[in-house]
Write a protein of this length. Structure first.
Length: 318
């Protein structure tokens, strides 16, 4: 049986995980033969299946898919731009609790209706297919005085990974409002802007700890060697526990030997969450230099630190 035939058949499998995987694979194939079967699957009772179908249609990228995705937004044609802007600028968690994209049949309990997930995905896909609908209006909205509108527009540009907005987002890191700076750091991380590395490093000195955290997360996404020394300084010197913890996590993702000694030092941090993050990161780096310091942590007063150190030790030795 040919691959295409197998995947088309998989769209009607009784198990939603098979339907989901088949839809993803058909999107990767960019198969026009899959358009009608995929559109039919937008009526699937599982939102996770509908969500990947939207992505698949976006990858195939035909005009027929555009019309179908617009219908998912449940708006009149003249309100399409506004609906897309609303969806791509929303975080989603204000509409519902955080959910896992795990389907029934894989051991997870069924969750509530998550149709907003599908609408947001449709909006993001439409934005990539028709950027004139959203990116320009969002960039214009960044110039408005209303902070809520400005932050929402920045969030939308980040969700769209709109590289065209990179320079504006970098400039916004110097905004007077901390919420704007925080949102800009988040967006630049999603875009993985290498141009933003130095401004994000500068943001690690911001007076607001939440801005510093988002800057660290963004640098973690970008993974520039240029940021390692500053992240080390933040780990060892920042006054905020959550900032130090975030720095420890980020350093564990750098795969840099330079991070080993500072992370070993952070195993003695006064805050157990920082010690736990440092232990986990040392396990990620798999440096034998961390073996004895991790063994010392087996006697830590906090159980979560002891467990993290034990797991890290086992990762290093093999």
């Amino acid at each position: 049986m040919e691959k295409l035939e197998i995947l088309l058949k998989g769209l009607s499998d009784e198990n939603p995980n098979v339907r989901k995987a088949s839809a993803i694979a058909l999107g990767e194939l960019h198969s026009r033969e899959a358009i009608k079967p995929l559109i039919k699957l937008l009526a699937d009772k599982h939102w996770q299946v509908r969500e990947v179908v939207v992505h698949a249609l976006g990858k195939i990228g035909v005009d027929e898919a555009v019309e179908v995705l617009i219908k998912l937004l449940n708006v009149e044609k003249g309100d399409v731009r506004k609906a897309i802007l609303d969806e791509v600028s929303s975080r989603g968690d204000e509409k519902n609790e955080e959910v896992k994209a795990i389907l029934p049949g894989s051991g997870e309990k069924k969750r509530g209706d998550e149709s907003w997930q599908v609408r947001k995905t449709a909006a993001l896909v439409l934005s990539n297919m028709k950027p004139e609908l959203t990116i320009e209006p969002l960039m214009q909205a960044m110039g408005m005085e209303n902070i809520n509108i400005k932050v929402a527009s920045i969030a939308g540009l980040g969700n769209l990974m709109a590289l065209k907005s990179e320079d504006m987002l970098i400039s916004a890191l110097s905004d007077e409002n901390w919420q704007v700076k925080k949102a800009s750091a988040t967006a630049l991380g999603k875009i993985k802007s290498t141009k933003a590395v130095k401004p994000l490093i500068a943001a690690l000195s911001d007076s607001k700890f939440s801005v510093r955290i988002e800057a660290l997360i963004a640098l973690n996404h970008i993974k520039s060697p240029e940021s390692i020394l500053t992240m080390i300084h933040t780990l060892l010197n920042d006054e905020n526990d959550d900032v130090r913890k975030t720095a420890a996590i980020a350093l564990g993702n750098t795969k840099s030997e330079e991070a080993v000694a500072p992370l070993i030092k952070a195993l003695l941090d006064i805050t157990w969450q920082v010690r736990k993050a440092a232990a986990t990161s040392l396990g990620n780096l798999k440096s034998e230099l961390a073996i004895d310091p991790l063994i010392q942590c087996f006697a830590d007063e906090n159980e979560e630190v002891r467990v993290a150190a034990s797991m890290a030790y086992m990762r290093i030795i093999g």
